[in-house]
Design a protein around this ligand. Structure first.
Ligand code: FAQ
Length: 311
């Protein structure tokens, strides 16, 4: 009886557009779903540093290298906000990271593709950050207060990441025929995986119905994917690039682009851990964590010493 009353009160709060804060009553399933989604998001940010890290030593100029370093540091920062926000729901960070390092937790499918040429750095910024931003702007409206607030700052930084990626692509397109071809070849590889980032559609999106009801998500996967396509196609056309989809066409009546069916087998294969880079990404992440143990130990010892001074 108590639970039913709590649940009604909780739903009414959400329907009014109020935020749920860490100490408020919430259903276990709400807490569990948020920890799942926010930790997957945090993992994506820190695993997402790896494909770009691959190009830090080979950036074509000092300017490009400085921008790439700043962007990758932003991603580490996003991971920190998101782990902190997830911890407000009672699951310690060590536990979340353990799940990542043992292959139990997911992170975005997109980071299981390799960054083969410099043009891929442009595609990561333009397409991957572009897709992340479309998704995350919708999450500013999420019902969980700490997640919503983290999204505000993250989205501002993603907007810069997105523009720097497009600037790399634009520079290549204005360059030699070989550079333009490099951009087109990278677009051919990144287009479909970028669309997959939004997650499956219909019944395969098992969490959507409940997450929309609780405003954990504010839009379904398919409508966000459509917004991204409608925003990105004109940007490609402006640079003379061709989206690798022969069925792509503007539908005047529906005010949207039609596009081909996504290869969902590939998506499910990647999220099961069988993508080209899955095992390398998890191994590199685990290495970074193990090698950073001394930093965590030193920080903890320092905090302890400071606390003793105060006491
Ligand atoms: N990859 O029922 P749904 C970034 C899983 S941030 C892997 O639709 P939901 C920044 C899903 O977890 C990118 N798994 O799930 C950056 C579930 O499996 P589970 C990350 C995926 O949660 C840029 C199952 O499929 N952004 O890129 C994916 O309602 C550049 C069924 O799916 C976020 O995490 C996928 N793409 O909707 C960094 C945003 N899609 O958990 C570096 C927050 C679905 O039952 C460089 N997350 N799955 O085992 C979300 O908005 C949602 O979680 C979705 C999925 C939309 C990703």
């Amino acid at each position: 009886m108590e639970d039913i009353k709590n649940l009604e009160h909780f739903q009414a709060k959400i329907d009014r557009g109020d935020k749920i804060e860490p100490n408020d009553w919430m259903p276990d399933a709400y807490r569990k779903s948020l920890v799942r989604m926010m930790s997957q998001h945090a993992h994506s940010e820190i695993v997402g540093m790896l494909p770009e890290g691959n190009w830090l030593t080979r950036a074509p100029s000092l300017r490009r290298k400085m921008i790439a370093m700043a962007k990758i540091q932003d991603e580490a920062g996003h991971g920190l906000y998101l782990y902190s926000a997830a911890e407000t729901l009672g699951t310690p960070r060590e536990e979340l990271l353990h799940a990542l390092h043992t292959g139990k937790a997911k992170y975005s499918s997109i980071f299981n593709y390799p960054t083969l040429t410099w043009a891929d750095m442009g595609m990561v910024g333009w397409l991957v950050d572009g897709a992340a931003m479309v998704n995350q702007v919708s999450l500013i409206g999420t019902s969980y207060g700490p997640y919503s607030r983290a999204m505000v700052r993250i989205c501002k930084e993603e907007a810069f990441h997105n523009r720097q990626g497009y600037e790399i692509v634009a520079t290549l397109c204005d360059g030699t025929p070989e550079q333009k071809e490099m951009a087109q070849e990278a677009l051919n590889r990144w287009w479909w995986p970028s669309l997959m980032m939004f997650g499956p559609k219909g019944e395969a999106s098992v969490h959507s119905e409940q997450s929309l009801k609780w405003k954990i998500k504010t839009e379904d996967n398919e409508s966000l994917r459509q917004s991204f396509i409608d925003m990105t196609v004109p940007q490609a056309e402006a640079r003379g690039l061709k989206i690798p989809d022969d069925n792509l066409k503007w539908n005047e009546e529906e005010n949207r682009y039609e596009y081909s069916e996504i290869q969902w087998d590939e998506f499910f294969n990647v999220i099961k851990g069988n993508g080209v880079m899955n095992s390398k990404r998890v191994a590199a992440r685990k290495d970074a964590h193990d090698n950073g143990a001394w930093v965590r130990d030193a920080a903890e010892a320092y905090a302890k010493k400071q606390a003793q001074k105060v006491a």
